[in-house]
Design a protein around this ligand. Sequence first.
Ligand code: COA
Length: 389
Amino acid sequence: MNIGIESLSFYTSRYYLDLKTLARARTVDVDKYYLGIGQEKMAIPPPGEDVITMSANAACQALKKIDYGKIAGLLFATESGIDQSKAGGIYVHRLLELPKNCRVFELKQACYSGTAGLQLAVAMIARHPEKKILVVAADVARYAMAGSGEATQGAGAVAMIISAEPKLIAIEPEAGYYVEDVMDFWRPNYLQEALVDGKYSIRVYLKALAESWHHYCQVSGRTFSDFYRFCYHLPFTRMAEKAHHHLVKLTGNESLAELTLTQFRDSLSYNRIIGNSYTASLYLGLASLLEHAAEDLTGKRIGFFSYGSGCMGEFFSGIVQQDYKNYLFTETHRNILNDRTELTYQDYENFYNFVYPTDGGDHKFPEYETGMFRLVGIKEHKRIYERKV
Ligand code: COA
């Protein structure tokens, strides 16, 4: 039985900052951002947009051709959750009016938990192949203003339907994984911004990639030449180049330098103009690959590397399914990205500095473009969401 991704869609903030504007404000050469880290624009959520509204928007689209009655679980992956106790997925479940007999919970392990959700969903479907699971990965990547991570901020949500009718990708059973207790990136409960040792995090990412790859090869018996394309976790798009070169070197394939670029290039387009979306970033890369590859990917094996600081790595694989192009939301995604509003530097500071009140009072938020859903306000410490249409 094939199990995998039947449907995949994403949503991101309707507002972005071009990194040339940030470069000017920070008196940095813009090529450091455009070329050095490989980022061009970053999505910045306005007041009233958070991981819940972005997830509901992404999931609405992914569910378009799906029988709601078959959804037996909603697994919500995030590292920028809105509550220490209640799962964000429960708000999303209500906004989407999904069936009441549904398992809903939240998963956390930095940028890795979207993959935890995907693998768990595959296992749930193996037990009940007639059902479908909605996996949502959503994050707002937020670093200290003017800090080294600032240009790698972003925001977005990816929603995937996992089922025994994988119209896009069948996930293979073999996976290689690696865990190590390190402090490369973390966010204590009392901080709104992540703390990061950027250079160290790149080194740990590469180590976790090597360890996960070795484990994957051990359990699957496959080698580098069994793969057609690769999707990497993308905190910034140049990370894919670093990761892929590391893998190529590790596997003794350095002579294929030109070929190697084409092995990951199509996966970068969306991340380059959205920025980091933590848990969603790997799957945004997959959407980018499927929606940008000029050639037919049917039957090809894709390698995936998921990384979550702290740290957890996983290498796994999937096979692209026949007629996958008929099940993509390419036009919707391009419209979302083309219709965005560019922010001035001052707008960016205003959005960044907007703080949700914590006094327990009754607060309404200004209305911005946030798709079909909106965080209207907070009353008695409770977030109030509405469906706009
Ligand atoms: N033109 C072209 N390239 C330029 C440049 C210019 N004018 N100026 C700098 N660069 C290059 C540098 O040579 C470097 O390339 P390299 O990685 O090949 O060495 C790259 O741009 C980044 O410059 P650097 O000075 O290393 O940037 P930084 O000290 O500001 O830090 C990160 C970069 C990625 C570490 C930082 O943005 C960060 O902490 N990000 C968040 C953490 C993260 O994403 N971790 C990844 C694992 S999850």
